[in-house]
Structures are given as C-alpha cells and as structure tokens.
Ligand binder design. Sequence first.
Ligand SMILES: [Fe+2]
Ligand SMILES: [Fe+2]
Length: 250
Amino acid sequence: MPFIAQISDLHVGSINFVEELLVNAIDDLNDIHPDVTIITGDITDNGYFLEFQKAVTYLDEIKSPILVVPGNHDARHVGDECFEELIKNRYGILKDKKHGLKVIGLDSSEPDLDYGRVGRSQENWMAQELRNADEENLYKIIALHHHIIPVPKTGRERNVLSDAGDILQTLMTEKADLVLSGHKHMPHVWMMENSTFITAGTVSSLRLRGRELSSFNTINIEEEFIEIILNRADGTQRCLAKYENTCLGD
Ligand SMILES: [Fe+2]
Ligand SMILES: [Fe+2]
C-alpha cells in the first residue's frame, strides 16, 4: 500500500533557513523509506539560480523518487527558468504502478507574484490525467503550492488561488483522493466529499506561526484506513487525520 511523504517550503537562501532542520528531515525520510516524496514548492527564497543549485544538493540526498512543484518564491526573478533547468518541468506526472498511485504536479505560481493560479489549460490537463488514473485504478494525488481551501490560524486570507473555485469543482468532479499543498507554513487537513486536502508546514524555515515547529507530513494508505501524520522537528508526531479508506481495496 502507498506510503507517501510531503515536505514543503524549504526556503533555501532565506535568513530563516536552517540547514540542520532540512538535513535532519531528509535523514528521517531516508530512514522511513516512503514510496514517493512530494515537495510542494518554495524550495528557494528568491528564485535565484544559486539558491536552486544549493536546493538541488539537498534534494539529491532524498532516496525515494521525488516530485517537485514550484511555489511563489521559486517564481521570483525568472526563477521559473532556473526551476526548469535545474529541477524539472514545472508541472508533470509521477506514476508508480507498483504502489498503485499517480501524482499530478501543478504549477500554481505566477512570475513575481505571490498569489496563485492554475489556469484553464493546466486544469483541463489535470482533469484528463485524473480520468486516466481512474481508469487504471490508481490512487489520485494532486500536488500544488497554493492552498485551495483557506487554512485556519493564518490570519487575513490572501494569496489563495485566484481560480480556486474552478479547480475545487474539477477536483470534486474527477474525485481526486489527496490534494497536497504548502505555502502557509501551517499544517492542516480539510476533508471534502471524497477528497482530502493536506497543507504542510515548512520543513526548514523559522517563519513559523505561534508554537508550531518545522515539520513534514507522512501519509500512510492502508487497505482499511488512511492516516496523515505530522512529523515535527523535535521528533514528536501528531495524527492530523485518520479515516476509513473507501478508495482502494476493491
Ligand atoms: Fe513558503
Ligand atoms: Fe509560498
């Protein structure tokens, strides 16, 4: 059964970036052997080429397959070109038939802007890829940087996807199983119809809210249940959600 890790908001290059936090988190990831690690954006702080180069040295240490999508910080200063040169396509697919999952990565960033937008062409592409995954009976995971549903305890709501309503409707229609995002540095889980929306904290930045610590998420998909765990930098864990698995096992 699929075992997924999500890290987000590395912010390599920021004065608030702490290398030790990232190295420790990657060590932990390599110890627990996820089938895939999904990285939901803001891997750099300013989108600079040198920041991407440094970020790649860390990402290369992750032993599992990875899928990376850009965040608003990665899209600063023509960072989208650096992302494509040093990492990969800004949106794409990671399919793992052995573990029965398909990750569809979206680029929700806009050059030099903080708000997000998926856009009609990516939305249509996503819908088709979700239908294809359904035909193959694969677990359907969407990854994008910006949250689609507002996140509690993040103050005045801003920088939500400008086309959040359209994207949400498509995700409901096509029955996405998991929707992973970052951006707010605040872990949270929302459940809506058959989809679960998971927001990650920051894995290695001190830009934290309240008493939160840097963290990453793990998602354990068993035949009977799905469990989403917050793994905090002090070594403690907290269950963010646990619910019956009605998607697989038939
Ligand atoms: Fe961020
Ligand atoms: Fe962000």
